[in-house]
Structure formats: C-alpha cells, structure tokens
Design a protein around this ligand. Structure first.
Ligand code: KG4
Ligand code: ZN
Length: 342
C-alpha cells in the first residue's frame, strides 16, 4: 500500500525500438514494467528503421503509460514526478517519449525529470540488489554503447573507457547478420554458441594504443567476415556454431580483461554489468568466475532489466529527483547526449 510519503516515479522510455513505461516506488520498488517491443517489425528489415520506430512509438505510447499506471494500481494523482529518457538514442523515437512526458507533467502539474539512457541501464542494477550502493565500476554494453564507467555516487559518473568504433551489441548484430541469423543478433549468437567450440578459431583481441580501457570491435567483425570469405573461396564448409562461439569468446575476453583491470585500479571490489549484451549467458558466467577468483562482488540485472525498459529509467529518475534535478518544458531530445552532461 502506498502512503503520502512514498515517492512514485512514472517513467517513460522510447529511445530505440521499445515503447516502455513503469511506476517505481522509492527508487527500488518496481510496481509495473510495461514493454511494447517492435523487434518483430524491425526484423523484417534486418535492423531498426528509425522512421518506423517513431511511428510505432506514437501508436503505442498512451496505451503503455495507461497500462503502467493501472498495473501499479495508482492514478496520475498519486505520482510524484515524471521521468523520461531524453538521450542518447534515435531523435524521432526519443521525441515521442519526451513529448508525452512533458504533456503529462504539464496537465497533471507534476515535476519533470530528464534521464540519461545509460544512467538508466546502470541503475537497473539497484532493482534486484537492494544492498548495492555507489561507488562501483560498471560495464555498460548495449547495441549503441560500450562504456566502462566509475559510478562515484548517484548521478555522478566518470567514463574511463569506451569503444573507438562499434559497440559490443552492434558487433553481435553485424556478425549475426553475416551468418544469416537475423536481428537482433545477440540472443541468436548467445544460443548458437552453446553448440560451438569457443577455441576453434583464433579471432583477434584488439588493443587500443594509448588506452588500457578503450575498446575496438570493428577489426574483429572484419576478421569474422574474412574468415567466412576465405572458407567460401577454399570451398571449406563453415561450422557456424564454432564461428559464433569463437567470436563471442573474443568479445568477452576483452570486456572481462578491461573491466577487471578497472576494478583493480579503482579498488571498490564491486562490479556491475548493464545493457542488452549484459544478458549474454557466457559473459555473465565469465564475470562470475573471474570476479569470484578475485573476491570482487559481481552484480547484474535479470535479462528483462538488461535490455531497454522504463523501470531502469524510473530508478535513475528517482535518484535524480531526490538530488533536485528538474527539467523544464523546453526539455528536448538529445541524440548524442553524453553521460554526466545536462
Ligand atoms: O540495451 P539494449 O536493449 O538497447 C540499446 O540501448 O542499445 O541492447 C540491445 C543490444 C542488441 O545489440 C542485442 O543484440 C544485444 O543487446 N543483446 C545481446 C543479448 N541480448 C541482447 N547480446 C549478446 N547476448 C545476448 N544474450
Ligand atoms: Zn539501451
């Protein structure tokens, strides 16, 4: 039962291909988490088509918000503030959520809090790990981002590493497309890899000159492509499960090495993962093992909170709200918003 002292955040997320709304109580209690995925629609085209994404968000957004309120057993009256993802992401997609949030905030006279999408992904870890508090190191691996972040405090971040080219999820999606597995590629490679040998093919583990923590995945993607082409030219039959497993291992090796170096350097003994790729079963297993060896406490959200959702935006929105963050009705979608920037 909700009381007057409870802080209830209505959160909205529409940065890519999921239209989502959620009600979050006192920062860590998810009362509802509604996600309307467009994946099937975009699968037809082999990836997200921005114009189609925006149109679908418009069709779905009111229904999804309504369902989130009903599912939480609350009305707009009970809501303390409206949180919304305003970047980074697809501009047309973001604008749908931002416009809806502004309209509700204005009509219901509730404060508006703009949230950074990556701050949302990181905050997903607080939902099922009530004891987790900053500081800790977090690896954010999604379709658009690969960031190693030092979470200094709620809302305070230092990016210590990021990708120089493709994001980890993007590499999964591109390699999956090359193998003819379809979109989104991450889950397909994840399951195909279980039937393959991760040591069958030696794909490169890229080092970025001058940085211990930055990543590069475009060379790996090309190496997979070259391998497949050379097999075709030589008339060698390709074992797709071996390719998937070997590619996946190459990505995971680099993610694990850089992350654990960062945890070693910053010394919090607490490490979390976030973003769509964080639901990868082998990645989770590798971190479980390596963190266990080093006595580092390892945190990860359930898969439903790894991929895009609004509950994570509600959690981040709560911590921004209690820090005093407020957005005006001039809040705009910022496609390339940087973490820690307002
Ligand atoms: O966080 P997310 O839903 O959206 C972005 O903010 O980008 O991440 C989507 C990405 C896609 O690239 C998808 O292929 C990848 O996460 N992904 C996975 C898995 N599930 C989703 N990658 C590897 N293994 C998975 N099990
Ligand atoms: Zn995301």
């Amino acid at each position: 039962m909700e009381t007057k002292e409870d802080i209830l955040i209505l959160a909205i997320e529409s940065s890519c291909d999921e239209t989502a709304a959620s009600v979050v109580k006192n920062g860590r209690g998810v009362l509802s988490n509604i996600i309307s995925s467009q994946i099937e629609l975009h699968t037809l085209y082999g990836g997200v088509v921005p114009e189609i994404a925006s149109r679908k968000h418009i069709e779905k957004i009111n229904q999804v918000i309504e369902e989130a309120l009903v599912g939480a057993g609350v009305t707009l009256e009970d809501i303390t503030a409206i949180a919304v993802t305003y970047g980074p992401g697809l501009v047309g997609a973001l604008l749908v959520g931002v416009s809806a949030a502004k309209a509700i905030s204005f009509a219901a006279q509730k404060p508006l809090v703009g949230v950074h999408h990556i701050e949302g992904h990181i905050s997903a870890n607080y939902i099922e790990n009530q004891e987790l508090e900053p500081p800790f190191v977090c690896l954010v691996v999604s379709g658009g981002h690969t960031h190693l972040v030092v979470v200094k405090d709620y809302g305070e971040y230092d990016i210590v590493g990021c990708t120089r080219d493709d994001a980890a999820g993007e590499a999964f999606d591109k390699v999956a497309r090359t193998l003819g597995l379809g979109y989104p590629g991450g889950p397909k490679i994840d399951s195909l890899s279980r039937e393959g040998d991760p040591d069958a093919i030696k794909f490169p583990r890229a080092k970025v000159v001058g940085s211990d923590y930055d990543f590069s995945f475009s060379g790996l993607k090309s190496a997979v492509l070259n391998y497949l082409n050379s097999c075709e030219m030589k008339g060698i039959e390709v074992n797709e499960a071996d390719v998937a497993a070997s590619f996946q291992k190459a990505v995971i090796d680099v993610l694990v090495r850089h992350s654990l170096n960062a945890v070693g350097e910053y010394g919090f003994n607490k490490f979390a993962i976030a973003g769509g790729v964080a639901s990868n079963s082998s990645l989770r297993a590798a971190f479980e093992t390596e963190c266990g060896k080093r006595n580092i406490k390892f945190y990860h959200p359930s898969p439903i909170y790894c991929t895009d959702n609004a509950a994570m935006i509600g959690v981040a929105g709560y911590y921004e709200y209690i820090r005093g963050t407020r957005s005006g009705y001039d809040l705009n979608a910022i496609p390339n918003l940087r973490l820690g920037e307002r």
